[in-house]
Design a protein around this ligand. Structure first.
Ligand SMILES: Nc1ncnc2c1ncn2[C@@H]1O[C@H](COP(=O)(O)OP(=O)(O)OP(=O)(O)O)[C@@H](O)[C@H]1O
Length: 561
C-alpha cells in the first residue's frame, strides 16, 4: 500500500491515536530507505483542531535532533491522511523487554536498567531544554506520555524516546470537540491528577516508573483498578522495589525513592540530575555498561522470542490501548485531593504469579489507557478525570522552565574506564565495537547475592537467566537484604563478550546465557565453555585470570572464535 511517496510494508503497531508502519521510500538509481510512517486514525483526521495541534506539535518534534530521540524526517497529508515519517528503530520497545523478562524469569541487571533510563533521561533533558531554532525562545517541551511503549531499544543498543508529536497533539485534545484523552494513568504524577501546572518533573516521575518496571517487572503500586491506582498515586507509598527483588542494591532504592517522590519538590528537579545519579550508580556497580551490552540484551530477547517453542513476542508489539475518549467537563482545584475508595477485592498484583497471562484484564497494573467511566463508578469523581485531561499540556509550565530554588542541571558523571583487559578466544567480534578501557573500575558498593552452587570459584555473578537467580517471589513486608558474599584479595574478574549469544559454563558450572554481568572469581586458570545450539557451536577454552584484573573473553561464534 502506498501513502504518498512511502510504501507501507507492514504494520508495527496500532493504537487509539495512530497506526505505525514499517515503510520504504524509494528514489532514483535503486535508492531505498526503510523508515517508519505513523498516520493518524481517520476519525481523528476529521477533527480540524486535532489536525491543527498535530501539525504544530509535529513541527516542534521535528526540531528535536538528539541521539536518544527518534528523529522525525517528514510530515504531511495524503488524501486526508496525516502522517509523520521518522527513523526506523530496529529493535524492541521496553514494554516487550519487561514482558520478556517476566515471562522467562529473567532478571535484568540493575546497571543495565540504569543505563537504559540514563539514556532516556539524556534525550528528555535535551527536549526539556530545547529552544526554537529561529527565535531562540524556550520550547518548554515536556513529553508527558513516557511509558515503556515509548522508549525503544535498537539492535545496536541505542535507546530512543519516541512519540513526541502525536502525544502532544493528543494531549491537548481534551479541548477539542472530540475530546481526546492521552496518557496512561499508571505513569501520571500526583500533580497531573490534581490538575496542577506541569513541568519536566512529570517526565522524571514517569521514567522512574519505567525504571521500577525494568528492575522488578511490576509497577510500583499494588492497585487492581483504575480508581485504586489513582488513589495509590495520590496517597499511598509505593511498594519498595527491594521487596519485589531482594538483590537490589540500596543505592538503586534511593534513586527510585527520589524519582517517584509524590511531592515534586522532593523529586529530581530534572532529568539531568536523575541521569547523574544513574550514571553514579552504574559506576558504583563496578562495570561500565554500554551500547554493546544493551545490543547483546536485545539480541538475546529477539533470539529467545523467535526460537521454536518460545512465546513469540513481537518486537514492536505495543500495549493494548483503549480508543480515544470523551473528556469530562470540570476540573478540581489545585489544592484539592480527591477522596477515593479503593476496592481491594482482587489479588494484589505483586502476589500474583509473575506472568502476564495471570493478570486480570483491565488491571491498572497493565498501565493501559484509563477507563474514565470506571473511575467515576469507583467514586474517584469527575474532578479527577478532568484533572487528568487538563493535565495533558505538553509545555513545561514551570516558571520559564526554571523553578526558583531549584538547582540547575547537573552534568552527568562520565562513565569510568575499565582496565586494559587480557583477551582470549581468537578474533574479536566484528560487531558491535568494544569500548576502550584504561583504568581499573571502582569496587562495587553493593554486591549481588551469590548462589552457593557457584562458590568458591565464582563469588559474585549476575546472570540474566541463571536459574539460581530467578525472579524472586515478591513478598510484602520482607525487607531483609541478602548478605553480601565474602571477598578475597586474590580475585579477578571475567567478562563475556559473546556474539550473538551463548550459554556459558565456568569450571563446569552453568552461569547462564549471555548477556551476563562480569563474574568475580579466584585468580588462576579456569575453563570456559560456550554453547549455542542454534548455531551448532560448542567452544571450550582455558583462561588465566589475574588478581585485580578483568579478563575479557571475546568470541564471535559466527566467526568460529
Ligand atoms: N520509529 C519507530 N521505529 C520502530 N518502532 C516504532 C517507531 N515508532 C513507534 N514504533 C512502535 O510503535 C509503537 C507505538 O508507537 P507510538 O507510541 O509512537 O504510537 P501511538 O499510537 O502514538 O501510541 P501511544 O498510544 O503510546 O501514543 C511503539 O511502542 C513501538 O513499538
Amino acid at each position: 500500500m502506498m501513502l504518498g511517496k512511502y510504501q507501507l510494508v507492514s504494520k508495527l503497531a496500532s493504537g487509539g491515536m495512530a497506526e505505525v508502519y514499517l515503510a520504504r521510500a524509494e528514489g532514483p538509481m535503486g535508492f531505498a530507505k526503510s523508515l517508519v510512517v505513523k498516520r493518524i486514525l481517520p476519525h481523528l483526521a476529521e477533527d480540524p483542531r486535532f489536525v491543527e495541534m498535530f501539525i504544530s506539535e509535529a513541527r516542534l518534534a521535528a526540531q528535536l535532533d538528539h541521539p536518544h530521540i527518534v528523529q522525525i524526517f517528514d510530515f504531511g497529508e495524503v488524501d486526508g491522511t496525516w502522517y509523520l515519517a521518522m527513523e526506523f528503530i530496529d529493535g524492541l520497545n521496553l514494554r516487550v523487554l519487561v514482558r520478556h523478562a517476566k515471562t522467562t524469569g529473567m532478571l535484568l541487571p540493575p546497571a543495565y536498567c540504569a543505563r537504559i533510563i540514563a539514556h532516556a533521561c539524556d534525550g528528555l533533558a535535551f527536549a526539556h531544554d530545547s529552544k526554537d531554532a529561529v527565535t531562540g525562545a524556550s520550547l518548554g517541551l515536556i513529553h508527558r506520555d513516557i511509558s515503556p511503549d515509548n522508549i525503544l531499544l535498537s539492535r545496536q543498543g541505542a535507546v530512543k524516546v519516541v512519540d513526541f508529536g502525536i502525544a502532544k497533539a493528543a494531549g491537548q485534545g481534551h479541548r477539542t470537540e472530540s475530546g481526546v484523552l492521552k496518557g496512561k494513568i499508571s505513569y501520571m504524577t500526583p500533580e497531573q491528577l490534581r490538575n496542577m501546572a506541569m513541568d519536566r518533573r512529570v517526565d522524571v516521575y514517569a521514567l522512574g516508573i519505567v525504571l521500577y518496571e525494568l528492575l522488578t517487572g511490576y509497577k510500583p503500586f499494588d492497585a487492581t483498578s483504575e480508581a485504586s491506582i489513582v488513589h495509590a498515586i495520590l496517597h499511598e507509598p509505593f511498594v519498595p522495589a527491594v521487596e519485589r527483588r531482594p538483590d537490589l542494591p540500596a543505592a538503586m532504592g534511593s534513586i527510585l525513592e527520589r524519582a517517584l517522590a509524590k511531592d515534586r519538590e522532593q523529586r529530581y528537579p530534572d532529568c539531568r540530575t536523575f541521569q547523574a545519579d544513574l550514571e553514579g550508580f552504574i559506576l558504583s556497580a563496578g562495570e561500565p555498561v554500554g551500547a554493546w551490552n544493551l545490543a547483546q540484551l536485545v539480541e538475546r530477547v529477539k533470539a529467545t522470542s523467535a526460537s521454536p517453542g518460545a512465546k513469540l513476542i513481537s518486537a514492536n508489539e505495543p500495549e493494548k490501548r483503549t480508543p480515544a475518549r470523551k473528556t469530562p467537563e470540570t476540573a478540581i482545584p489545585e489544592t484539592t485531593t480527591p477522596e477515593t475508595t479503593t476496592p481491594e477485592t482482587t489479588t494484589p498484583a505483586h502476589l500474583a504469579k509473575p506472568t502476564l497471562e495471570t493478570r486480570p484484564v483491565g488491571n491498572a497494573q497493565t498501565g493501559r489507557r484509563g477507563s474514565w467511566t470506571g473511575l467515576i463508578a469507583a467514586g474517584v469523581g469527575a474532578a479527577v478525570l478532568i484533572a487528568l485531561a487538563a493535565g495533558l499540556v505538553m509545555r513545561d509550565e514551570s516558571p520559564a522552565n526554571a523553578r526558583p530554588g531549584v538547582t540547575g542541571p547537573t552534568a552527568p558523571v562520565p562513565l569510568s574506564e575499565a582496565p586494559v583487559p587480557e583477551e582470549v578466544g581468537g578474533p574479536a567480534p566484528s560487531e558491535p565495537p568494544t569500548p576502550a578501557r584504561d583504568e581499573p573500575p571502582p569496587e562495587p558498593t553493593d554486591k549481588t547475592p551469590v548462589p552457593e552452587s557457584l562458590a568458591p570459584a565464582v563469588v559474585a555473578q549476575k546472570s540474566l537467566e541463571d536459574s539460581a537467580l530467578e525472579r524472586p517471589k515478591p513478598s510484602r513486608g520482607s525487607r531483609a537484604r541478602a548478605t553480601p558474599p565474602e571477598t578475597s584479595v586474590l580475585m579477578g574478574k571475567v567478562e563475556f563478550r559473546i556474539w550473538p549469544y551463548a550459554t556459558v559454563w565456568l569450571d563446569g558450572k552453568r552461569l547462564g546465557e549471555t548477556p551476563l554481568a562480569p563474574v568475580s572469581l579466584s585468580a588462576g586458570r579456569h575453563t570456559v565453555k560456550l554453547l549455542n545450539e542454534e548455531l551448532g557451536k560448542n567452544v571450550t577454552q582455558q583462561i588465566e585470570v589475574r588478581a585485580g584484573k578483568t579478563f575479557v573473553f571475546r568470541c564471535n561464534l559466527r566467526a568460529e572464535c
